[in-house]
Design a protein around this ligand. Structure first.
Ligand SMILES: C[S@@+](CC[C@H](N)C(=O)[O-])C[C@H]1O[C@@H](n2cnc3c(N)ncnc32)[C@H](O)[C@@H]1O
Length: 239
């Protein structure tokens, strides 16, 4: 793994970030679910359920989950309605894991980048991204793409790590996050990928900055819901 790229994550080119991110997810794909449970102490499951509870879909809905990874969000959405689902991810190894979990004709798997979505304009009723956006090599471009593929009546839901508003919790998180690469080293023999994870959270826009980016992409109405004082947040954006 290229440690120097991880250390200067903020200043690397789009191509370098794309390359680094692909390499990391190929490496962690088989242990991705296990590490999510360990690192978040299982909390990611509760956050994802809460996220999906907010999403309204029915059997007529066209639904796109970007950065779908091992398929957790699609799996939860499938319990709500047999909609027309698209699970999109840039990484084939992560998609292999998703296909093992999801075996349903209502789900189409698409291998593509969020920065260049291969769909017609105004096709989707719902677009979701969960813990994906901080990995994108160009967030602004991906938001413009989401805006383009959403119907005028459609809704974009984004779940991501965010800025913690509580000082004590933030101090605890700063300490805890230093342990995560060590966990990665012990459990999956890969501390560098988890150094990347922490760096990518540090560099990601906070709630206000991300809302501004969504507005710049064309969204008019943005609602922000903090989870655990901003440790993560949900942005709901409409045209
Ligand atoms: C942290 S995982 C999140 C997976 C899943 N959504 C979840 O909540 O568990 C991030 C995923 O984003 C994918 N990804 C990273 N950059 C991407 C891009 N530019 N376009 C599409 N997918 C991307 C990775 O391959 C990986 O599967």
């Amino acid at each position: 793994m290229n440690s120097s790229l991880i250390n200067k994550l903020k200043n690397i080119s789009e191509k370098e970030k794309q390359f680094l991110v692909q390499k990391i997810f190929s490496k962690v794909s088989k242990k991705y679910d296990l590490m999510n449970d360990v690192m978040s102490l299982g909390l990611h499951r509760t956050w994802k359920s809460y996220f999906v509870d907010l999403i309204e879909i029915n059997t007529e809905s066209n639904v796109l989950d970007i950065a779908s990874g091992s398929g957790d969000i699609i799996k939860l959405l499938m319990k709500k309605a047999a909609a027309n689902f698209f699970s999109l991810d840039a990484n084939k190894d992560m998609q292999t894991q998703a296909k093992k979990k999801i075996n349903d004709k209502n789900v189409k798997f698409v291998n593509a980048f969020a920065e260049k979505l291969p769909f017609e304009k105004k096709y989707f009723d719902v677009v979701t991204v969960s813990f994906g956006m901080r990995n994108f090599s160009n967030i602004n471009k991906s938001l413009s793409q989401v805006f383009a593929v959403l119907k005028d009546s459609g809704t974009f839901y984004c779940l991501e790590f965010s800025q913690i508003n509580n000082k004590i919790l933030n101090n605890f998180y700063q300490l805890y996050s230093k342990l995560i690469p060590t966990y990665g080293g012990i459990l999956v023999n890969d501390s560098d990928s988890y150094k990347y994870l922490i760096k990518s959270i540090e560099n990601f826009p906070n709630q206000v900055e991300l809302s501004k980016k969504m507005k710049d992409a064309g969204f008019k109405k943005i609602e922000v819901l903090d989870i655990i004082d901003g440790l993560a947040s949900i942005h709901i954006a409409r045209k």
